[in-house]
Ligand binder design. Structure first.
Ligand code: SF4
Length: 356
């Protein structure tokens, strides 16, 4: 089923529904149960994407790391023919005590969204009193990251993170335990840190030091405007400013296969690495290599796009063939747009009207 020319190998599987099948509040409007795919239908769609070349699948959303069925999801994804890597973007606190099992199920990489290494600050960002609740500051940063960080901008994290900030000091401890478990299990670990003036700029050295004896990649992410929230100008930290704060000389690292747009570096002598995601000051749409499929069966070529609802096609007489044709159109259009943004003159297929 895979076709020559497929150049989008990275799929984000965005979870909007909780483990009871309920949509998150922001996704509830207008969604009738009949519009929601059954697990077998979702699996068929994911398998089709894998057959079309999506060999890396990342679980994102609200927050996959806290889902009781995460192990089942990881096992399902890693069992799809053609999928070589299953990754997860999460706040991290929900993973404590579960990483070994998840690794056995096929989880290969975890991106932790973590803006501070200090328990007190973590508690303040999460709710201010250290005993839980999603505080305004925590939610806002999370929303910003969703856009493109975690995933390397990948980040694009968040929509769902809102309303789930980890709980205070206990949450911080849980994140660290999960992170250590991941390292111990051989799962690749990245930390997505959204730098904000007046909040966490004084921790840059501490984040860099983390990479000295741990195989962690710390990625400094510009505050993203997704979720409709912009950083106040005085809070925004451009990548150029973040780079200027790094004291050791940096050595450039090559990109990973099918990775996001992070500029990667390492400090000589450090086991881990650093990444910088300039999703605002150096937009990288021209090189975007990802598609998003939601658990509502919406396929989008951009996290800011509305997406195309594939369920009607899947349930139509033509079934999977019509879905395959639509995926082909979306991929060709994305490649065409990328080529145009790169200044190449490449003919592209007509874009479905609903695709941004
Ligand atoms: S096209 Fe641009 S904005 Fe959209 S997902 Fe890709 S990098 Fe992000």
């Amino acid at each position: 089923m895979a076709r020559a020319g497929m150049d989008v190998h990275y799929l984000r599987f965005h979870l909007h529904r909780d483990t009871d099948g309920l949509l998150t509040p922001t996704q509830r409007a207008g969604a009738a149960p009949a519009d929601l795919p059954q697990p077998a239908e979702l699996r068929d769609l994911l398998q089709l994407m894998a057959a079309r070349g999506a060999c890396k699948v990342r679980l994102v959303g609200d927050d996959p790391g806290r889902r009781a069925d995460l192990g089942d999801l990881v096992a399902m994804l890693s069992g799809l023919e053609g999928v070589g890597e299953v990754a997860l973007t999460t706040q991290g606190d929900g993973l404590r005590g579960r990483v070994s099992d998840l690794s056995r199920a096929g989880l290969r990489s975890v991106n932790f969204n973590l803006d501070t290494l200090r328990p007190e600050r973590y508690a303040a960002l999460a709710g201010g009193d250290g005993d839980g609740g999603a505080g305004r500051a925590g939610r806002t940063a999370a929303a910003g990251r969703e856009g493109h960080a975690a995933a390397g901008r990948e980040g694009h994290a968040a929509a769902g993170r809102e309303g789930h900030a980890a709980a205070g000091r206990e949450g911080h401890a849980a994140v660290w335990e999960a992170l250590e478990e991941a390292l111990g299990a051989g799962v690749r670990v990245k930390i997505n840190c959204v730098l904000r003036a007046g909040v966490n700029l004084d921790e840059v050295d501490d984040f860099v030091a983390l990479t000295q004896d741990r195989p962690i990649e710390v990625r400094f992410v510009e505050w993203n405007a997704s979720n409709g929230q912009l950083a106040a100008p005085e809070d925004f930290v451009p990548t150029s400013a973040a780079l200027a704060l790094i004291k050791p000389a940096l050595v450039h690292r090559e990109s990973e296969p099918f990775a996001g747009p992070a500029l990667r570096f390492e400090v000589p002598g450090h086991i881990g690495g650093l990444g910088f995601i300039a999703n605002v000051t150096d937009h990288f749409c021209a090189d975007c290599n990802r598609l998003t499929l939601t658990d509502r069966a919406d396929l989008a070529s951009c996290i800011f796009g509305r997406g195309i609802h594939l369920l009607r096609l899947l349930r139509s007489t033509a079934g999977i063939e019509s879905v395959d044709a639509m995926i082909d159109r979306v991929v060709r259009r994305k490649m065409s747009l990328g080529a145009r943004l790169n200044g190449w003159d490449t003919p592209g297929a007509a874009l479905p009207a609903t695709l941004s």
